[in-house]
Design a binder for this molecule. Structure first.
Ligand code: ADP
Ligand code: ZN
Length: 799
């Protein structure tokens, strides 16, 4: 099957080929002049009636995809209603998916001496000359077989790279070093008198005469105490030689593993229970309050699994946000740990792939949802941390899968055990427990028996009316913050919106600037003085006056993290305040930097979006403030109460993890709201029970299944007609309840109008038959007059 194509295709294996098996990666010609790498799905002897083309090459000696992975991917394509090619696209590293349009770029600036093979030198030369090229263009110089082999060599040596995805460009990390040119600048050669007039240059030379060897540019600057200009003049003179090295990102200092900490009595009990449930092959839900030591329990379970010589997969919601946690795993399991994430180099991804397939070095694989696609050799267990987290669900593009649910299927294929851990279980998982599909184990005490933080609800509107709110903080929250700072403690403030303020509004004519491509208001970012669309990234400079009436009376409405940071700084001038949101962490490693600074006590107050809710563990934080809880539960979605409850509990979980007097202050204008009162009682279980009853009553998941179908088109009329046609066709399918079509809350994104259909089915329904009927209906709409260009995406379990 050529990747990313609709289905599978038949090719002939030339008789003189090396071993070709199921899962082998092969090179094929496709259509005219198109070259693809493909994966062999099956071998058979009943050729089709038409003439088959021969395979062009077998790219590796062994199959790269094990048969279980192929089975898993096929399940995924069927369940989530997409093509096998789309699953392959998500599953395979870019290096494996090479085709004629793939772009190759140069990492080196010159051809290194050490590269011996002539062909490889020629190819690298060509790529360097063009900086970036498509494979198609290179095919005029080399045969496809030869080219693939050379590209493999050059990528493995990191001389070239492959564009992984258009949005995420890999930039190799480069360090620059300096060394002395001994021919010109050795100690005896230099005329010291001449140097009298250049004391700074002399300092640099002395630095090298003393230290010798090469040194990082930064170290020279600091060591000799000189500026960049001085170094530059020495380089220009030829006395210093500058060299660039590409640094391997994966190579991390791995210390000797530390011994596992002893589990507390409660934790040990839980550990034993999980093992016995695992004995019975039951996926197990570990419902443990925040800071109860779930992670420590994971460590002990994993170490059992790897003692049996098996691999453990640990899924984490967002790897960038969980550096702290990854670090803890490395401490315990040392170099057995592989971290699979989007920022690793294409060549390393391949190395990791092969290693996981052979099961040699890596036994603990940590990754975000996409790690479920790795070709495990002998998977022993899967741990899904924070199983309720919505980032396990891939929204776009297809496959729109949920990694937590897919993990159950994957575990069946390997007979592996599953543990899902969370302080706020999803309602689906609780329902699965009730249906006796999952075992449930609880850990209700914080480690060290610290008490849960006290939850204080503050009526924001009341203080607002009395004009007592400053920098969006009520006097109650403000005085608590001041008290903490005086006691030398740190504070986390949570606000669900980034930017300065959600929008601007003209005070004279009421005009609100909106995105020209989406139906949303533009968010005002003060630092850049820009209005930004958070849906498509569109941005425009803030002209400071209304585009409608021309008046200069624009007011900022609402507030985001940036505004809080600024206003808070004005009333607490001595506090060191930092922001933790998408804008503050755009640059590489800035997550780690901010977290590190906070951990080291270099920041007093961290103002953040939900990024601050994820699994962080700070010793010195007793107070967490939620600035505005209202915009969480006012979102029109059947899951918004569940989501806001989970989010608020997670935020609260950051307070007092290592002390008894933790406090969470929640500002809201709806203090009577049911979510708020459940939160105050601190009883997630009771909340979940109530919520499940509601879902049952209104026939929502987890008691039914939902298949959402999204239709998009640039013309509203076309979109609407297609949606109506599809709705009519779906109403004829038995076992399916059709809601809509309707426009979603945001009816247009990136110039595409959107319509949605919600298709509900009973849990007991014949879902496979229903799905194939829906697929047929979709195909019919696509064939209808004038509707060919409508984009139609089915999304199973769209939450
Ligand atoms: P959770 O994953 O449930 O939020 P953690 O595993 O992060 O909880 O534990 C919270 C804190 O308590 C961490 O700092 C952890 O190191 C510590 N801790 C938990 N259990 C133990 C134990 N058995 N021995 C030593 N420290 C522990
Ligand atoms: Zn937009």
């Amino acid at each position: 099957m050529p990747l990313a194509a609709e289905g599978t295709f038949t090719y002939e294996i030339p008789y003189d080929f090396d071993y070709v098996g199921v899962g082998s990666r092969v090179l094929v010609n496709f259509g005219k002049q198109k070259m693809y790498a493909g994966i062999v799905r099956a071998l058979h002897n009943n050729g089709p009636s038409y003439n088959t083309k021969p395979l062009s090459d077998v790219l590796e000696k062994d199959p790269v995809v094990p048969e279980v992975s192929l089975k898993f991917w096929e399940w995924m394509a069927e369940y989530y209603m997409c093509t096998l090619g789309e699953v392959c696209e998500a599953a395979l590293p870019a290096m494996f998916k090479i085709h004629s349009e793939t772009r190759i770029f140069a990492i080196e600036k010159t051809v290194p001496e050490t590269l011996e093979q002539d062909d490889a030198r020629t190819l690298l030369q060509i790529i360097i000359a063009h900086q970036e090229m498509r494979i198609k263009e290179l095919l005029t110089h080399f045969s496809s077989q030869k080219l693939m082999r050379l590209i493999k060599t050059l990528t493995a040596e990191k001389y070239i790279g492959i564009r992984e995805a258009v949005s995420e460009q890999y930039k190799p990390k480069v360090t620059r070093t300096l060394r002395l040119n001994y021919n010109l600048a050795a100690k005896g050669n230099v005329d010291l008198k001449e140097l009298k007039r250049a004391p700074a240059q002399k300092k640099v030379l002395e630095y090298f005469w003393k230290a010798q060897g090469a040194a990082a540019r930064k170290a020279v600057k600091e060591g000799a105490g000189v500026s960049d200009a001085v170094l530059k003049s020495l380089i220009d003179k030829g006395w210093l030689i500058e060299e660039e090295y590409v640094v391997d990102r994966l190579v991390e200092q791995v210390a000797e593993p530390e011994p596992l900490p002893q589990l507390s009595a409660k934790q040990h009990e839980v550990f034993e229970t999980i093992l016995s449930e695992w004995e019975k092959q039951k996926p197990t839900l570990l419902y443990g309050v925040t800071s109860s030591g779930k992670t420590e329990v994971y460590f002990h379970l994993i170490s059992r699994i790897i003692q049996e010589g098996k691999q453990a997969l640990v899924l984490l919601p967002e790897i960038a946000l969980t550096g702290q946690l990854v670090h803890r795993f490395r401490k315990v399991f040392g170099e057995k740990v592989a971290v699979y994430h989007s920022r690793i180099h294409a060549a390393q991804r391949i190395e990791m792939w092969h290693d996981v397939r052979k099961g040699e070095r890596f036994q603990v694989i940590i990754g975000p949802r996409s790690a479920i696609f790795l070709p495990y050799r002998n998977l022993g267990c899967i741990i899904v941390d924070e199983e309720h987290d919505r980032s396990y669900k891939q929204q776009d593009p297809a496959p729109r899968y949920n990694a937590r649910d897919a993990a159950i299927v994957l575990s069946n294929l390997y007979k592996a055990k599953v543990l899902m851990g969370t302080a706020t279980p999803s309602l689906e998982s609780l329902a699965n427990h009730k249906a006796k599909k999952y075992a449930l184990v609880k850990l209700v005490e914080r480690f060290g028996a610290f008490t849960h933080p006290e939850i204080v609800i503050v009526d924001y509107a009341k203080w607002w009316r009395r004009r007592k709110v400053r920098a969006h903080l009520t006097p109650i929250l403000l005085s608590a913050v001041t008290e903490e700072l005086e006691a030398g403690k740190q504070v986390i403030l949570f606000q669900n919106r980034r930017g300065f303020s959600p929008y601007l509004q003209c005070f004279d004519c009421g005009h609100i600037p909106v995105c020209p491509h989406c139906d949303v208001r533009l968010t005002y970012h003060k630092r850049d003085n820009r209005l930004v669309c958070h849906y498509c990234g569109f941005s425009v400079r803030n002209a400071g006056k209304c585009v409608e009436c021309g008046n200069v009376n624009m007011k900022t409405m609402g507030f985001g993290t940036e505004k809080i940071e600024e206003e808070l700084q004005a009333i607490l001038p001595d506090a060191r305040i930092a922001r933790f949101d998408q804008d503050a962490t755009r640059r590489k490693n800035s997550h780690e930097r901010i977290i590190g600074q906070f951990d080291q006590g270099e920041i007093d107050i961290l103002v953040g979006t939900q990024m601050v809710t994820k699994g962080l563990d700070f010793r010195n934080v007793n107070l967490v403030g939620v600035l505005n809880a209202d915009n969480l539960f006012s979102f029109p979605d059947f899951r918004s109460f569940e989501r806001s409850m989970q989010l608020l509990m997670q935020v609260a979980g950051r307070a007092g993890r290592h002390a008894d007097n933790g406090q969470v202050i929640i500002q809201t204008s709806q203090p009577e709201h049911s979510v708020i009162s459940y939160l105050q009682e601190g009883n997630y279980g009771v909340f979940a029970e109530q919520e499940l009853q509601q879902r049952y009553q209104f026939a929502y998941p987890p008691f039914t299944r939902i298949l959402a179908v999204t239709l998009k088109h640039k013309k509203y009329e076309v979109c609407k007609r297609a949606a109506n046609l599809l709705a009519t066709a779906c109403k004829k399918i038995s076992g399916l309840q059709v809601l809509g079509p309707q426009a979603p809350v945001i009816g247009r994104i990136q110039t595409y109008y959107i319509m949605e259909l919600t298709l509900k089915m009973e849990r007991s329904a014949q879902t496979l038959e229903i799905k194939s009927a829906v697929n047929n209906a979709i195909a019919k709409v696509r064939q209808a007059e004038g509707l060919k260009s409508v984009i139609i995406n089915p999304d199973m379990d769209p939450y």
